[in-house]
Design a protein around this ligand. Structure first.
Ligand SMILES: *Cc1c(COP(=O)(O)O)cnc(C)c1O
Length: 404
């Protein structure tokens, strides 16, 4: 059970006013708000033990190193990775994807195939297109149905011994569809392909188990899971992390350097060049602790309640159409009302203190598929309430009446 009144007290930002109204924050799929305990961890680091890690013998450096490595262990435990050095700390999902896509340059040849899904975020499409340009590999796309689900039979048809890597989001950011990734992973492995899962939208709602899923790579961002911006995780199976070359050269990632030859540090440091976001990583660990204390089962069932409630209320509005109607979706509602431009509704309801996302949600191919310029996307999380949804629905009705 979620004690939402109590939870809301953990988030200082929820007290603020926007244009004279209490903030209603329904843009959680873009970034989540930050609980005080996470903010405090960042303040504590800079106030008490700010130092560079893994190098100094002095007390501050040791304290910072301990907390940084402790955070890696928390992340390992949360995702049930077999080994701590399979957790690479990154600046976020985008960084993790680029690290893998760049690493594959030396593993691909002309005519090899890469499969991505039509549900992907731009940050998931572009690095693979760039990889194709570098290697002569061919990009294949799994199409979606009108409900916004991947068409599994089409995916099976695309797979062959030419497929070298498959890239699929766990959950779609534009529509909220939860993909059947366990089945998708198994099929990829059947043809000997590697598979990378983008967990940016799934990790705020689901606790994925790396060993059970058996994926080769999994990426996410802390800022969508109550953590700070600019930090994230790449999980990679040990065998794959050994196979991939380092992504960036710099401090921390080397073992020995001479002008003749440099040897690389062991995992995970091989992929962590330069001074990382130390406070951010520590705060990421605290955010996971915070979420686990509430419990992901509790979070999912409460969010489903909000999703059902909001879907029902919104569909009572004449002319309102929801995009993405899979039975398996997270608490994301993408919609339009008749021909009204999403931006116009977004602007009016912002005046009433309500934050939603309008536009193509970095997923232009999905918008093209539905032949629309974009949608209004409301995304809910465990600190939102039904009362907020009521206010939001009334605001949408008001905007509609002004614009039509
Ligand atoms: C947010 C998001 C990203 C990008 O995350 P960054 O933190 O900006 O790197 C990638 N994929 C999906 C599905 C997302 O929702």
């Amino acid at each position: 059970m979620i004690d939402v009144k109590k939870i809301r007290k953990d988030f200082p930002i929820l007290n603020r006013k926007v244009n004279g109204n209490s903030l209603i924050y329904f843009d959680n799929a873009a970034t989540s708000q930050t609980p005080k305990i996470v903010i405090d961890a960042i303040v504590d680091y800079y106030s008490n033990y700010n130092a560079n890690i893994h190098r100094g013998v002095h007390t501050l450096s040791q304290e910072a190193t301990d907390d940084y490595e402790q955070a890696r262990l928390k992340i390992q435990k949360h995702f049930n990775a077999k080994k701590a050095h399979e957790i690479i700390l990154t600046s976020g999902t985008t960084h993790g994807i680029n690290l893998v896509a760049t690493g594959f340059t030396s593993l691909l040849k002309k005519g090899d195939e890469i499969i991505v899904s039509a549900l992907e975020h731009h940050s998931n499409i572009v690095p693979w297109q760039m990889l194709c340009e570098r290697t002569g590999a061919i990009l294949k796309v799994i199409p979606i149905s009108l409900k916004g689900e991947l068409i599994f039979e089409e995916y099976e048809k695309l797979l062959s011994e030419k497929t070298k890597i498959v890239f699929v989001g766990h959950v779609s950011n534009a529509l909220g569809t939860i993909n059947p990734i366990k089945k998708i992973i198994k099929k990829a492995h059947n043809v000997g392909a590697a598979i990378l899962i983008d967990g940016a939208q799934a990790t705020p709602h689901i606790k994925p188990d790396m060993q059970e899923l058996d994926c080769d790579f999994y990426v996410c961002s802390a800022h969508k899971i109550c953590g700070p911006t600019g930090v994230g995780m790449l999980y990679g199976k040990e065998e794959w992390l050994y196979k991939l070359p380092p992504y960036q050269g710099g401090g921390e990632m080397i073992s020995e350097v001479t002008f003749e030859k440099t040897t690389y540090a062991d995992l995970p440091h091989k992929f962590e060049a330069g001074t990382p976001n130390i406070a951010g990583v520590i705060a990421f660990g605290v955010a996971l602790d915070y979420m686990n204390e509430i419990g992901f089962d509790n979070i999912a069932s409460y969010e489903n309640e909000l999703l059902d409630y909001a879907t029902k209320k919104l569909l009572e509005i004449d002319g309102l159409k929801i995009y993405g109607t899979s039975a398996k979706k997270t608490a994301v509602i993408s919609f339009n009302i008749e021909e009204i431009h999403p931006y116009d509704i977004g602007t009016i309801i912002d005046k009433l203190g309500i934050a939603v996302r309008t536009g193509h949600h970095c997923a232009q191919p999905i918008m093209d598929f539905y032949n629309i310029p974009g949608t209004i996307r409301a995304s809910f999380t465990f600190y939102n309430t039904k009362e907020e949804i009521d206010i939001f629905v009334n605001a949408v009705i008001r905007a509609k009446n002004m614009l039509l």
